[in-house]
Design a protein around this ligand. Structure first.
Ligand code: PGA
Length: 262
């Protein structure tokens, strides 16, 4: 992956057709000379609704969830190959809502990750600690375990399709953002963990996104940190004008000298 900055909208179970149309009206044209990526993860049922509009704006579309099987008797699941067929290029995996509400285990998350990568998708692998874990000083051990288990056995040729999103559970949808310093500290730790896990191969190039109450008012302070390569955004990605403001911040950041990865 060559772009250094990413703005990824996770629409969760929101956005009716009318909201989607308004979103694109308000978003406007993002321009072609971008040095950052703008991606959207709508509800699966709207993937193809968005595709044409997104393609025209050079926005990649992906899913919020994915199966650990590619076809067959798995009622209600999303097949990686079918996602690609439908024009999707990436999937979120291990989002805290899937871990907590739907009880997804690290092992299950790992199987989804391996299959998705093998089928050609980019994986945005989510990890992060709860408030209780942070208060007990367990942030690093929790994140380390999620990464060790969730990203194990990825062949070296597929590692470049992995993006890691650090999303502290206490900051998701709560209006409480981690401070840029708190986020940078964990991102640095994640980078060192990836270096250890992957023998240094590529780990310095893995985009590390921060997620949890990111909005236009706080995104610049986060993106300025050396190990924060973008944002995974829920609530503030639903309105075209807000998503636009996030993209503008990434655009501004990407034009600061020396920001393209080699
Ligand atoms: P939020 O959600 O921006 O609404 O906090 C982020 C996420 O869950 O990915």
């Amino acid at each position: 992956m060559t772009a250094r900055f990413y703005i990824v909208g996770n629409w969760k179970m929101n956005q009716k057709l009318e909201d989607i149309n308004n979103f694109f009206k308000d978003l406007g044209d993002l321009g072609n000379e971008r040095q950052y990526e703008a991606w959207l993860a709508p509800q699966a049922i709207h993937l193809t609704t968005l595709l044409e509009k997104a393609n025209a704006l050079n926005i990649q579309i992906g899913s919020q969830n994915i199966s650990d099987n590619d076809s067959g008797a798995h009622t209600g699941e999303i097949s990686p190959s079918s996602l690609i067929d439908a024009g999707g290029s990436f999937t979120l995996i291990g989002h805290s809502e899937r871990r907590s509400i739907y009880k997804e285990s690290n092992d299950f998350i790992n199987r989804k990750t391996l299959l998705s990568l093998e089928k050609g998708l980019t994986v945005i692998f989510c990890c992060g600690e709860t408030l209780e874990e942070r208060e007990k000083g367990m942030t690093e051990s929790v994140v380390a375990y999620q990464i060790e288990e969730g990203l194990k056995d990825i062949p070296s040729n597929l590692r470049e399709k992995v993006i890691v999103a650090y999303e502290p559970v206490w900051a998701i949808g709560t209006g409480k953002t981690a401070s840029p310093e708190q986020a940078e500290e964990v991102h640095l730790f994640i980078r060192s963990k990836l270096t250890e896990l992957w023998d240094g191969t590529l780990s310095h190039k893995v985009p590390l996104l921060y997620g949890g109450s990111v909005k236009p008012a706080n995104v610049e302070g986060l993106l300025i940190k050396p190990n924060i390569d973008g944002a995974l955004v829920g609530g503030a990605s639903l309105k075209g004008a807000d998503f636009r403001a996030l993209c503008d911040a990434a655009d501004k950041r990407s034009k600061l000298p020396g920001q393209l990865q080699g």
